[in-house]
Design a protein around this ligand. Structure first.
Ligand code: FAD
Length: 469
């Protein structure tokens, strides 16, 4: 007999497991189908491994800076990347075990295999030549995404890698070309530079970190250049030629041909949605030409009772957006009419050095949306805690809606680059999403001495009065 569930989730990444955990906590009978490992990209080849390696780079910077604090290090620090890789794997294994026991503890049935959705919300699960059919009253498609590649760059895992292979490197390469100056490309460029590689960052757009506020991308660019990262923007990468040891990358820059010999090329040009991964034969689910599953603002597909969430839908490809969407789908199933997610206000954190964090509209996008804006910027160079930790680069920028007299009101966006800004975004995110005004936020006390004081100070300036300038 076909087993029936209130909710069957296909794909066990952040979107899928969040829906499974939240749904089971709400009393639904849930099954999850995963063809690889529960945890998905985020846990195994994304957020967690990338941030662990970036933390190694951060510790290395601290050790190099130790002498400024009077701590003598008798020799230059030496990195054994295999130890960091083992540490990374231990963290992944712990989180993986925790996630599996959480799912088991909530009585979520885990099916190992490829889930293929057909008519009437029936899912065929295929593994090792065997098939089993289950059925869901509701089905969530959370099949995620895979790294994009570019023509002329075959992934060989030796001289050409995507994030999937790169996150397992055991040795620091001497010379690297990172193709793509988005969040992942900038994190990798920063990491490799800290580890001692000579890094060239190739980006086809005119600026790195597209989507970030211009002041933030400029701050990161300046800092990268100061650290010795060679940034080439507005370039067209054409191909490469080499062997298993080294290769020469070619690109054109406004008609001028360039070549560079490197030991490794890392392709970081975004992620392709796995829209077709769950079959979808005999269903009304629509996959667009880019591979995204089409959904409405409630994440409903065209097929009744079938939803989609996470990287496979055309919303920001972030783990926490996947969590939020998985939860939203469960609330929808329960008939709780949740508020839809506004993609323009989700939090973004990028863990390069300097870190980047933002929520809400940039100055450009606010103006393009027709707002009259009031803007305030404050730099970490004047912040006591930043001086204490020895990291004074970067800024906080707040964009607020202004009335005819120029008085600032609702906070539309907050953009940060600098020390530990990924841990300072929380209150800025709440301010944007609660549609708080600058007067409301400025009334709140910031603890002293903290890095977050800079956010408070930047907002206070928009009230027309400030303490420090
Ligand atoms: P995925 O995590 O891709 O999971 C989809 C799952 O579905 C996979 O496990 C896959 O095996 C399974 N699957 C697919 N098809 C089927 C099928 N037919 N049957 C069964 N199973 C199937 N995001 C952040 O928020 N913060 C970060 O710092 C961050 N850093 C990142 C760093 C890197 C290097 C990368 C690559 C990504 C990073 N991301 C980050 C993005 C984040 O990893 C993704 O947004 C997130 O994993 C998407 O979750 P998902 O559940 O939609 O899909």
């Amino acid at each position: 007999m076909t087993k029936n569930y209130d909710l069957v989730v296909i794909g066990g990444g952040p979107a899928g497991y969040a829906a499974a955990l939240y749904g089971s906590a709400a009393g639904l009978k849930v099954a999850i189908v995963e063809e690889n490992k529960i945890g998905g990209t985020c846990l195994h080849v994304g957020c967690i491994p990338a941030k662990e390696l970036l933390e190694t780079a951060s510790v290395l910077r601290s050790v190099r800076q130790a002498k400024d604090f009077g701590i003598a290090i008798s020799q230059d620090p030496v990195i054994d990347l295999s130890i960091s890789q083992n540490r990374k794997q231990t963290i992944i294994d712990q989180l993986f075990a925790g996630l599996n026991s959480l799912l088991a503890g909530r009585d979520v049935t885990i099916y190992s295999g490829t889930g293929l959705l057909g008519a009437n919300r029936k899912i065929e699960i295929q593994q090792n030549g065997e098939t089993e059919i289950i059925q869901g009253t509701n089905v969530l498609l959370a099949t995620g995404s895979t790294p994009r590649t570019i023509q002329g760059f075959e992934i060989d895992g030796k001289t050409v890698m995507t994030s999937d292979e790169f996150l397992s490197i055991e040795k620091t390469p001497n010379r690297v070309a990172v193709i793509g100056g988005g969040a992942i490309g900038c994190e990798f460029a920063s990491l490799l530079n800290d580890l001692g590689s000579s890094v060239t960052l190739l980006e086809s757009l005119d600026e790195i970190l597209p989507g970030c506020d211009k002041d933030v991308s400029t701050a990161v660019r300046r800092s990268f250049v100061k650290k010795g990262i060679d940034i080439q923007t507005g370039v067209q990468v054409e191909g490469h030629e080499g062997d298993a040891e080294k290769t020469t990358v070619s690109w054109s820059d406004k008609g001028q041909q360039n070549q560079l010999e490197v030991d490794l090329v890392v392709i970081a040009v975004g992620r392709a949605p796995n829209g077709h991964a769950a079959g979808l034969n005999d269903t009304e689910v629509v996959v667009d030409e880019k591979g995204f599953i089409e959904v409405d603002e409630k994440l409903r597909t065209n097929e009744k009772g079938v939803w989609a969430a996470g990287d496979v839908v055309n919303t920001p490809q972030l783990a926490h957006v996947g969590f939020a969407e998985g939860i939203l789908v469960v609330k929808e199933i329960l008939g709780e009419s949740p508020v839809s997610i506004d993609p323009s206000t989700v939090p973004w954190c990028i863990y390069c050095d300097p870190e980047v964090a933002f929520a809400g509209l940039t100055e450009e996008s606010a103006k393009a949306a027709g707002y009259t804006v009031a803007i305030s910027k404050h730099r970490y160079s004047g912040n006591g805690r930043a001086m204490i930790i020895g990291e004074t680069e970067g800024l906080v920028k707040v964009i607020a809606e202004a009335d005819e007299s120029g008085k600032a009101g609702r906070i539309l966006g907050v953009h940060m680059a600098g020390p530990l800004v990924t841990e300072q975004l929380g209150q800025a995110y709440l301010a944007v999403n609660l549609e708080a005004t600058v007067d409301e936020v400025a009334n709140h006390i910031q603890a002293h001495p903290t890095l977050s004081e800079l956010f408070g100070e930047t907002v206070m300036s928009l009230t027309g009065r400030s303490l420090h300038g």
